[in-house]
Design a protein around this ligand. Structure first.
Ligand code: UTP
Length: 298
């Protein structure tokens, strides 16, 4: 039996420039899909995968994120007086057990790899998950849970993978893969960060869910600035492959939305709104009305 994964790092120190001017004062992770901030989707996914310790790597201007997980006694008292139990339950889901959440600052946005490295002392000698809240995944069984279950069997490092169009490889970490098993698991033979279409070893891209070993933290000490002048997590995982330590990809079951981009965020909003019973009819009628207008504009 492999060691259980109970810690997760949430790197949320990026500048979120693609959502300016909103992200000038609102952390990207607080932006809402329907009525829940991106970070709530990430926390719910982590909880259902058995995560008990939540480590946020934050930066200046992310105070709203810390407040989000705090208790709200006035609001709670008001809802209780009015007998609004459902809303009280919603509020309760945002609370974290005392001591379960930690915040570390990344003082400069030096890349995802550097953000993860900032949490090294809280991770110690354990395997850990990394969740990028901008990747929101709609799935019957939450993506991280799928990974944790596979990891229990196989150990080592694991990344969530999906196919992208060849012209999109330059936006992702791309995998060189060995034969894939029917359950979607495959051995990784190499990884390249943001390759051009002609240099990409495949069109299987890594998305924002990882299970990593403490060795990756050690690798992050030694990797130098990579693609884009940032310290890349991909480079530290690729070092594991080079040192013949096991790295696997899991082609998860579910649909991923890139909520770090405007188009992805809008697609997620529409999709999650349609899944909500109380919104479905009104919203789908509205979309039907809108379609001819969109077609006419083409
Ligand atoms: P992105 O590449 O989406 O960058 O980071 P960003 O700054 O958030 O957004 P844009 O591109 O300027 O619009 C992917 C994830 O890595 C985190 C981000 O917070 C996001 O969750 N990150 C990135 C850090 O924590 N620190 C960094 O230095 C860079």
């Amino acid at each position: 039996m492999k060691r259980k994964v109970t810690k997760a790092i949430f790197p949320v120190a990026g500048l979120g420039t693609r959502f300016l001017p909103a992200t000038k004062s609102v952390p990207k992770e607080i932006m809402t899909l329907v009525d829940r901030p991106l970070i709530q989707y990430a926390i719910d996914e982590a909880r259902s995968a058995g995560i008990k310790e939540f480590i946020f790597v934050t930066s200046r201007g992310k105070g709203a994120l810390e407040d989000y997980f705090d208790h709200a006694p006035e609001l709670e008292a008001s809802l209780r007086r009015k007998g609004k139990q459902k809303l009280l339950d919603v509020l309760e889901n945002t609370y974290m057990d005392s001591g379960a959440i930690a915040y570390i600052r990344q003082h400069k946005p030096m890349g995802l790899g550097h953000a993860v490295w900032c949490a090294r002392r809280l991770i110690g000698d354990e395997p850990f998950a990394v969740i990028l809240p901008d990747d929101v995944i709609s799935a019957e069984k939450p993506c991280l849970q799928q990974m944790v279950e596979a990891h229990q069997e196989i150990g080592g490092c694991m990344v969530a993978a999906m196919d992208v169009k060849p012209e999109q490889t330059s936006s992702y970490g791309v995998l060189d893969i060995a034969e894939e098993k029917p359950d979607g698991l495959f051995e990784v033979r190499g990884m390249v960060e943001k390759p051009n279409i002609e240099d990409a070893p495949s069109n299987s891209a890594v998305i924002g869910r990882y299970i990593l070993t403490p060795d990756v933290m050690n690798n992050l000490h030694s990797v130098r600035c990579g693609s884009g002048g940032e310290i890349q997590l991909t480079d530290a995982i690729a070092l594991e492959v080079k040192q013949n330590r096991p790295v696997h990809g899991l082609r998860f079951k579910g649909r991923r939305f890139d909520c770090g981009s405007k188009a992805g965020f809008l697609q997620a909003t529409v999709s999650f709104a349609l899944e909500r019973e109380e919104l479905h009819d009104e919203f789908s009628n509205f979309l039907r009305e809108l379609m001819p207008l969109a077609q006419a504009a083409e």
